[in-house]
Design a protein around this ligand. Sequence first.
Ligand SMILES: CC(C)(COP(=O)(O)OP(=O)(O)OC[C@H]1O[C@@H](n2cnc3c(N)ncnc32)[C@H](O)[C@@H]1OP(=O)(O)O)[C@@H](O)C(=O)NCCC(=O)NCCS
Length: 333
Amino acid sequence: MRYSRIIGLGHHVPDKVITNDYLSTVMDTNDAWIVERTGIHERRWVDPAQDTVANMAAKATRMALERARLKETDIDFIVFATITPDYFFPGSGVLLQRELGLDGSIAALDIRNACSGFIYAVSIADQFIKTGMYKNVLVVGAEIQSTALDISTRGRNTAVIFGDGAGAVILQASDKPGVLSTHLHSDGRFAEELYIKDPGSSRPHSERQPDQILDTTTYKVVMNGNQVFKHAVVRFMEVIQEALDANKLRKEDINLLVPHQANLRISQYIQEKLALSDAQVYNNIMRYGNTTAASIPIALSEAWAEGKIKENDLICLAAFGSGFTWASALIRW
Ligand SMILES: CC(C)(COP(=O)(O)OP(=O)(O)OC[C@H]1O[C@@H](n2cnc3c(N)ncnc32)[C@H](O)[C@@H]1OP(=O)(O)O)[C@@H](O)C(=O)NCCC(=O)NCCS
């Protein structure tokens, strides 16, 4: 039997630290509100003069390659999860390929499944490895959210939550498990509960490309936080249970749960429902905010570097986000 195993992890976050106190100088908010509602103390936002989605992804990739003792040319396929690509098209996969100095011999695929994007990407990489098509697949989640936030009191319900960053893993073919299973779901009835409308293609030319864009609100993140929260806590639990059932495992078997860093209160709710200890759940939202598709690979990379993931451990990944989409993966390390 052919499996895929994670053999290298890396991450990169921008240098610029945005504290809650800084945000309270540019909008009507305060540290106590943000910490109580989200658990976030600070996040990183890019410097548009130097950071791009692709170059942050390249830095995360180089760390993952070094830890895997591989070089760029060992990569057979790139799967890139982002909803904030550098260009409207082409996607960020090819830009990363260029940053890594790889020529046209490998393919690059883009995934647009928001906060669930990284697990969707791992699932796709896993299928390509299992079928024997590829041996080393680079899976990346990278986002620049800060440039689409309404950084004013009007946009404070999202501006305080989202951050920028990149994470990467190398999945390699092995005869030992690896990724045990992945579970993917979506429900488009809730698409507009968390979305950015423009630049959408289905509107008349005059609306899509006004001569002077006076109202830029349709280019900003819109979120119905309450709805997102209510759905997230239910779906997270369902999709984790689905993964455990599929592998005839119990919640007690999980050594480390690495949830998408949506909101610390969501992670704490899941932790309580699953009766997991603090040591069994990894959170770093306090330092990075919600980095969408980048959040799980950044957290995995940090957890691994801190020695929290050991050989043979059972690692559970779970995510929920825009779409709505939700997903889980169980990994035997
Ligand atoms: C966004 C979220 C933190 C808001 O918390 P909440 O308790 O639902 O708060 P509400 O939206 O009901 O707002 C409560 C009040 O705080 C205000 N408020 C909103 N954002 C604020 C901010 N940053 N600072 C201060 N006050 C704020 C609201 O205007 C509202 O005021 P009102 O009562 O006078 O109308 C919460 O809904 C949430 O975490 N949702 C899930 C978000 C998420 O995980 N998104 C990513 C999914 S991948």
